[in-house]
Design a binder for this molecule. Structure first.
Ligand SMILES: [Fe+2]
Length: 442
């Protein structure tokens, strides 16, 4: 689903615009208050397709400020301005106020490649955007692939760029990315066919025994990203279940056969691995390391905790949300009320979602529910109790370790991280787990 940022200070208008954009244009509307808020989000989500904003909020030239940022970063994000902006006249579509919602969705639909089918009172997109990363692990596509070209301030055309018989490699796709392309477009009738094809290709690749560690991690990261996107928009389907199983198996395989941890970390950070997958992979690795030092350890424990690492934050949409690990972080975070609600309930919502995954057993569900120390999957406990499941305790420490490691404002060396954990998790069994991490990594 495409994403649209909306800045409109009048509450009633905001509600009407958001509802109709979502219903008729099928875009996920993210509301923001001003230019700085929108820019901060664009930093995290550069793939946002459209920004709809009032020309000015108070004395701030909101539209102009956002436009400057989009230009500077070379983003493909389009803009619709509500009201006149003297700076953007002729450059960006400015709709005269008052703007009717019908006019707004008509323009938004045009930008997002959606055609209004009034007879059915429902809009169905002709083309569905798919991130360029969908093409990283395939050499051909089962259908023609398009790009979107701007012809005028509010005029778009979809042009065929890859034919269904073309053969290409990752280098070709990286060239498109280097030119700033963020997404290709697939004709709507082929989208299911296309995603099944990509899923099968990645699954086959991950099952190969001869993949290099680098190729395995990059492909698993891609699989993780595609699973996240799919379940955030439509929940589990057959393809995302299969892809998640292959990705988790691949992650377990590379965790078990890892070279030195420090080398692996360097590799994870230096490559194009998403933040979400870095978190999952390192968390699984830390679980492996802790488990291998427990007398009760059995191999299936790693499989359970890797499954948990893969999915525990899968409903969260931004890195900022994933970094939160306490009620205090949550209160202080620069997030909307809805984004905070998602963080607060993410463990519970993940378990609800996993009802659609046949391999999510009771151990997995219990550990995810308890992954931030509470029993019901809501909120964050500062100092979780001794009563939690032993596997939950291992995961809590591994997950907390990774959250500190990946937070650029916190220490990244092991000794300092363990000190932070040791101050926070004071109960004896947690202290014992933290001690296990003090040993030298292999
Ligand atoms: Fe979490």
């Amino acid at each position: 689903m495409s994403q649209t940022i909306l800045i409109e200070e009048h509450e009633e208008l905001r509600k009407i615009y958001a509802l109709n954009l979502n219903t008729y244009v099928g875009t996920d509307v993210i509301q923001r208050k001003n230019a700085d808020d929108a820019i901060e989000l664009l930093r995290i989500l550069p793939q946002v397709s459209l920004v709809i904003t009032q020309a000015k909020i108070g004395s701030e030239d909101t539209a102009y400020k956002i436009h400057q940022y989009i230009r500077k970063e070379g983003l493909a994000t389009e803009m619709i301005v509500l009201g006149e902006s003297k700076f953007l006249k002729g450059e960006v579509l400015c709709l005269q106020e008052p703007v009717s919602w019908e006019m707004l969705i008509k323009q938004a639909a045009q930008y997002l490649g959606v055609s209004l089918q009034e007879s059915q009172n429902k809009i169905r997109p002709d083309f569905i955007p798919v991130g360029v990363h969908y093409f990283h692990d395939i050499q051909r596509t089962p259908c023609d692939v398009y790009i979107r070209i701007k012809k005028g301030p509010s005029d778009y055309q979809f042009v065929k760029r890859i034919h269904s018989k073309d053969v290409f490699d990752k280098e070709d796709i990286l060239k498109y990315e280097a030119q700033g392309l963020k997404e290709f477009f697939i004709p709507k009738d082929y989208i299911q066919y296309f995603t099944t094809f990509v899923t099968n290709s990645i699954v086959q690749k991950l099952e190969r025994e001869d993949l290099t560690l680098e190729d395995r991690i990059l492909t698993t990261s891609n699989g993780h990203e595609i699973v996240r996107e799919t379940i955030q928009s439509i929940g589990f389907d057959e393809a995302s279940i299969e892809l998640s199983d292959a990705s988790i198996n691949s992650m377990v395989k590379s965790v078990r056969n890892s070279p030195q941890v420090s080398q692996l970390l360097k590799f994870l950070f230096s490559n194009k691995v998403s933040h979400a997958y870095q978190q999952s992979h390192i968390s699984s690795l830390m679980c492996h390391y802790i488990l291998s030092r427990q007398s009760w350890y059995r191999p299936e424990h790693l499989e359970i905790l890797s499954f948990v690492s893969f999915f525990s934050d899968v409903t969260l949409k931004s890195n900022l949300q994933m970094q939160i690990s306490s009620m205090r972080d949550l209160a202080e975070a620069n997030l909307t009320d809805e984004e905070k609600r998602q963080v607060l309930n993410h463990a519970k919502e993940c378990v609800d979602l996993l009802a659609g995954h046949p391999d999510a057993n009771d151990y997995i569900k219990t550990v995810i529910l308890q992954s931030h120390g509470s029993y019901n999957g809501v909120g964050f406990e500062d100092n979780p109790s001794e009563e939690l499941h032993p596997l939950s305790k291992v995961f809590i420490i591994a997950d907390s370790f990774v959250k500190v490691l990946l937070n650029s404002n916190l220490p990244s060396n092991k000794k300092d991280i363990l000190e932070i954990l040791s101050t926070r998790f004071t109960n004896p069994s947690y202290q014992k787990i933290i001690k296990a991490l003090e040993h030298k990594f292999p």
